[in-house]
Design a protein around this ligand. Structure first.
Ligand code: G3H
Ligand code: ZN
Length: 287
């Protein structure tokens, strides 16, 4: 059964570890991440961007697929199905489709409008027992057509959103979606500490988890980050393993062209990446 992310994130915050959000794109991604979470005895959040939801023929299909897998694969660790960087309309579609967790990304609105829309969604989600993530200060880089500028969030604006009663808060601290450029300045821990100071117990979310150095991840967790989003790194691992399989001519040997064989090395690479992240984030055996 899908669960809200509230309890798993409060436990993570109190236990000084972070729960990984891994984005899904298809059946293979979903199955691999669920089985890895079960193997690691770790809670997990499956992230679905609006683009990925559309690709998988809609949020209902996604919810049905995930529920079916949880049942048929005997997944017993806590799993939240979470809309990633949702628009206002997208949030309502996912609530309707049976997601257990929602992100409303109002970071591109003026702060008053972000506050108003987030306040409305806090009420709707609370009434249905769903967790809600809000965002202040756009995350840099590009994800699924959503382009962020990589700004550092204003801690006072973070407080305004946190005080609405959201479950978790994503705040820009110099993080960027996708690969980090060589001249990246790193995370702003001063900003993170100031946000923590203003938002108290609020579990904080670190987006753009791909390629952030381990010491920065650990420091971010020590300063209140309880959820870390990883997407690009699984895609890169999947692509590299698939390329290797084809370049070695394995698809031409026997039944190597069967999609179940062709996609297996990529899935194994996702499994290795997710395992490594769960170990780094400290969520292993925290189910
Ligand atoms: O919302 C999803 C993430 O922030 C993923 O970022 O693709 O850089 O790992 P990433
Ligand atoms: Zn993100």
């Amino acid at each position: 059964m899908l669960v809200s992310a509230k309890e798993m994130l409060e436990k993570a915050r109190d236990g000084k570890y972070a729960v990984g959000q891994f984005n899904i794109n298809n059946l293979e991604w979903t199955k691999t991440i669920l089985l890895t979470a079960q193997e690691m005895n770790s809670p997990v959040i499956l992230g679905v961007s609006e683009g990925a939801g559309k690709y998988m023929t809609g949020f209902k299909t996604v919810a049905n697929m995930v529920n079916g897998m949880i049942e048929c694969l005997n997944i017993t660790v806590p799993v939240a199905l979470h809309l990633d960087h949702g628009t206002y309309d997208g949030c309502y579609k996912c609530i309707e489709a049976g997601f257990s967790s929602i992100m409303f990304d109002g970071s591109h609105y003026p702060i008053d409008e972000n506050v108003d829309k987030t306040r409305e969604l806090v009420e709707v989600c609370a009434g249905k027992g769903l967790s809600l993530e809000a965002e202040v200060g756009a995350i840099g880089g590009e994800e699924d057509g959503v382009i962020g500028m990589g700004e550092c969030a204003d801690p006072d604006e973070c407080k305004r959103i946190a005080d609405l009663g959201v479950t978790m808060l994503a705040a820009g601290i110099g993080n960027i979606h996708g690969k980090y450029p060589a001249n990246w300045a790193g995370l702003s821990f001063d900003t993170l500490a100031a946000i923590k100071e203003k938002t108290g117990d609020m579990p904080l979310v670190l987006h753009g988890g791909t390629g952030i150095p381990e010491d920065m991840i650990k420091k971010a967790i020590s300063l209140g980050v309880a959820k870390i989003n990883v997407n690009t790194e699984c895609q890169l691992a999947f692509a590299a393993a698939t390329r290797k399989y084809i370049e070695e001519g394995k698809d031409l040997e026997g039944k190597g062209f069967d999609p179940r064989k062709l996609l297996a090395p990529g899935c194994e690479a996702i499994r290795a990446t997710v395992k490594e992240k769960m170990e780094l984030f400290g969520s292993v055996n925290k189910a």
